[in-house]
Every structure is written in structure tokens, then in C-alpha cells.
Design a protein around this ligand. Structure first.
Ligand SMILES: Nc1ncnc2c1ncn2[C@@H]1O[C@H](COP(=O)(O)OP(=O)(O)OP(=O)(O)O)[C@@H](O)[C@H]1O
Ligand SMILES: [Mg+2]
Length: 232
């Protein structure tokens, strides 16, 4: 059995003060190294809220989170930011590239956040990652001149830049046609197999979830299914 990487224990997330909306209710989940996981569920069921808590972008109202057996639940905002930068890569539906920056610069952003500058080694790593995602010839173009699928591949290279253990993706193919979606999926899978990165992917696309090792379904803030498809 692979090593535990992240564990959520009795996680609740509530919004509001007078009227309280319970968005996540007593979530218990354990993620292991190298897993390739889909989170599915209807709109409004709590998928993005869950992913944001997994990625330390948001704090739960109650419950504990452990990263490699270490309790990170009481981290301050600064500690959370540092943890995210070192341990988690993000890919969003609308990729959030900086439009006026070049492709290469966009991939270097996590490095700038980490240290405030970039070294030749880091630049070479960024170039290698861009080659890996098939964008070798685009490195000096500004990102707003690329197609949606190309921009999404820049976002993937950016997510890989800091060599994190986990990559979280929220609808990474949500605004792409089906051919680009399956290309992106194959790329994520290849990265998962090559670097043993754990992937947690929120998706509406059943073709993607069908190809994951594990599918977690959420309904009204509760896990209703957690299915292992290719037990290791
Ligand atoms: N900041 C907030 N304040 C109040 N309610 C919120 C807040 N953020 C999310 N919610 C509510 O929490 C519920 C879950 O939202 P969430 O974004 O996690 O759903 P989702 O499963 O990602 O949906 P979609 O598939 O549409 O992206 C929704 O009912 C939403 O309105
Ligand atoms: Mg969402």
C-alpha cells in the first residue's frame, strides 16, 4: 500500500452567521501517494469548497487536516501560503495566467513567489516543462496570444514548476473541446505515472472520471461514493 499523503478528519464547512449553510458535512478522506482521483457531483454539491480546503486555500469550520502525518489544521495564513507554495500545485478551469507575461514567465511565477527571483537552473526546468507539454516553440509569446488548450498546458507546466507532491485541478478541461480535453487528460496521467504526483481532479466529464483510479462522489456536502477502480 502506498504512503498516506493527506488526510481529512471530520471536516465541516459552514457559511453565514444568522442563517447557516452547511456546505461540507463530516468529510473523512485519506489520499495516498501517486493516486489519480476524480471528484464528481452536481453543481453546488461542494466540490470546489472541498478542493479549496484540501489545497489550503480555505479553512474548514471544524475538523483536522494532516499532511504526511503532520497536523496542519492550525496553520496561520502565512504558514498556509508557504505550505501551498511548497506542496500543492493548482490547475483551474480558467487557468489564471498573466496575459501580458510570456509563457516562460508564467511558468516561473511559483518560483518568484517562493524566492523572489529565478536562477538559470529554474529557467531551464521551466523550459523543459514547456517542452514536455508541447509548447517549446511558444515560450516567448505572451500568454494572451495562445489558444485555450495551449493556455491550459501552460497552467499545467506552472503547476509542475515547484515539484509538489499533490496537484489539484478544478474542472481543468471545463472550457475545452473534447479533443483538447483528452489531450490534457493524457498529459496529466503521464505526469502522474512519471513523477508519482497525486492528482485530485474535480470534473463534470465522465470520460475523465472513468479513467481515474478512484472516484469520489459528493452530494449536498456529503461523500456518497468512494470507489477504487484499479486497486494497487
Ligand atoms: N463564500 C460562500 N458563501 C456562502 N455560500 C457559499 C460560498 N462559497 C460557496 N457557497 C455555497 O456552497 C455550496 C457549494 O459550492 P461549491 O462551489 O463548492 O460547489 P461545486 O460543487 O463546486 O459546484 P459547481 O459544479 O457549480 O462548481 C453552494 O451552494 C454555494 O452556493
Ligand atoms: Mg465548482
Amino acid at each position: 500500500m502506498s504512503k498516506k499523503i493527506l488526510q481529512l478528519l471530520n471536516i465541516d464547512k459552514f457559511y453565514g452567521e444568522e442563517v447557516i449553510i452547511k456546505v461540507l458535512k463530516n468529510i473523512n478522506l485519506t489520499f495516498y501517494e501517486g493516486e489519480f482521483i476524480a471528484i464528481i457531483g452536481q453543481s453546488g454539491s461542494g466540490k470546489s469548497t472541498l478542493l479549496n480546503i484540501i489545497g489550503s486555500l480555505d479553512k474548514p469550520s471544524a475538523g483536522k487536516i494532516f499532511f504526511k502525518e503532520k497536523d496542519i489544521s492550525d496553520f496561520s495564513r502565512d504558514e498556509m501560503a508557504l505550505f501551498r507554495n511548497r506542496s500543492i500545485g493548482f490547475i483551474f478551469q480558467f487557468h489564471y495566467l498573466l496575459p501580458e507575461f510570456t509563457v516562460l514567465e508564467n511558468v516561473l511565477i511559483p518560483t518568484w513567489i517562493k524566492t523572489g527571483y529565478d536562477t538559470d537552473d529554474q529557467k531551464n526546468r521551466a523550459l523543459k516543462l514547456l517542452e514536455y507539454v508541447g509548447l517549446k516553440d511558444f515560450v516567448n509569446r505572451t500568454s494572451n496570444t495562445l489558444s485555450g488548450g495551449q493556455q491550459q498546458r501552460v497552467a499545467i507546466a506552472r503547476a509542475l514548476m515547484n515539484e509538489t507532491d499533490i496537484i489539484l485541478a478544478d474542472e481543468p478541461t471545463g472550457n475545452l473541446d473534447s479533443e483538447s480535453s483528452s489531450q490534457i487528460y493524457r498529459l496529466l496521467r503521464e505526469i502522474n505515472l512519471e513523477f508519482k504526483t497525486t492528482f485530485i481532479i474535480v470534473t463534470h466529464d465522465s470520460r475523465i472520471s472513468n479513467m481515474c483510479d478512484r472516484v469520489i462522489e459528493i452530494m449536498d456536502g456529503t461523500i456518497i461514493k468512494d470507489e477504487q477502480k484499479n486497486p494497487t
